[in-house]
Design a protein around this ligand. Structure first.
Ligand code: NAD
Length: 250
């Protein structure tokens, strides 16, 4: 496949399943895990903070890290890649499914999941916390009002509502994503290193169902060899090339 046929394939596809990773939010100023740890946090690996063991050992430390990331994502804005995916959803309606590994909530803030398609936040959301006793999920207060660790209305300690290393993905969201990818004519995999489960699995579901995989990533990934077409571009430029009509095209 070349760019022209990838564009055509996306245009005629009735069902499109999209998987996004941290690269989609890079242009919003939210670092990918590889670039992530700066300043005070430089001496920690994300794996040493985003795990049940880390939280059990030092909940204050883990909450301080999450509170900082929560503050940062609230200050960030969706970028053209998020907006272009909303336009794609508008075109495909119920044939559109977006699964994200991002916990920044930027797809939802751009409007994904409200134009006839579906949005699944497979790894949770930094703006939510979960009662450690009842499992109920609540939005965090504004960062200025946030005291750590946050307590639920019932007075129980809450943990970040994100999926940590070694934890299972939310079952229902994962099942919906697997079904959407298995039925998709095109799986569009954007800005994920595809080493973290379930990225590779979802693209394979599409291939097994007879669909094709298109990847957008400035770097090659483990998925590149499964892809019919790999666009070596940033998310926003790659989506623009794939989805937007260009005046000089004939
Ligand atoms: P990752 O950090 O492993 O990989 C990021 C990928 O994005 C890389 O393949 C890189 O080549 C690519 N990339 C970098 N800049 C890009 C750009 N401008 N456009 C397109 N692609 C670009 O991220 P991942 O695969 O999402 O890793 C998974 C874990 O990281 C997830 O668990 C996720 O929850 C977590 N994470 C989330 C955020 C966020 O919510 N924004 C940020 C950092 C990490």
């Amino acid at each position: 496949m070349d760019l022209r046929s990838a564009r055509a394939a996306l245009q005629i596809a009735r069902r499109v399943a999209v998987l996004t990773g941290a690269g989609v939010s890079a242009a919003s100023g939210i670092p990918t895990f590889r670039d992530a740890q700066s300043g005070h946090w430089a001496r920690f690996r994300p794996e040493d903070l985003a795990s049940p063991e880390a939280y059990a050992a030092d909940p204050e430390l883990v909450w301080a890290w999450y509170a900082g990331r929560y503050r940062d994502v609230l200050a960030a804005q969706p970028n053209p890649a998020h907006h272009l995916l909303v336009r794609l959803e508008q075109q495909k309606g119920a044939g559109f499914f977006l699964a994200t590994q991002n916990v920044d909530g930027l797809h939802a803030r751009a409007g994904s999941g409200t134009r006839g398609g579906r949005l699944a936040e497979l790894h949770g959301n930094l703006a939510l916390a979960r009662d450690e006793v009842t499992g109920e999920v609540f939005p965090l207060p504004d960062p200025a009002q946030l005291s750590l660790p946050p307590l639920s209305p019932a007075g129980h300690r809450m943990r970040p509502n994100v999926v940590w290393f070694g934890e299972y993905l939310p079952e229902e969201a994962l099942r919906a994503a697997q079904q959407a990818f298995a039925q998709a004519d095109i799986a569009l995999i954007i800005g994920t290193s595809a080493v973290v489960y379930p990225a590779a699995g979802l693209a394979r579901d599409t291939l097994l169902g007879g669909g094709k995989v298109i990847e957008i990533n400035p770097e090659p990934t483990d998925l590149t060899r499964l892809a019919s077409f790999s666009l070596r571009e940033t998310a926003e430029r790659g989506l623009d090339l794939l989805l937007t009509e260009h005046l000089n095209e004939h």
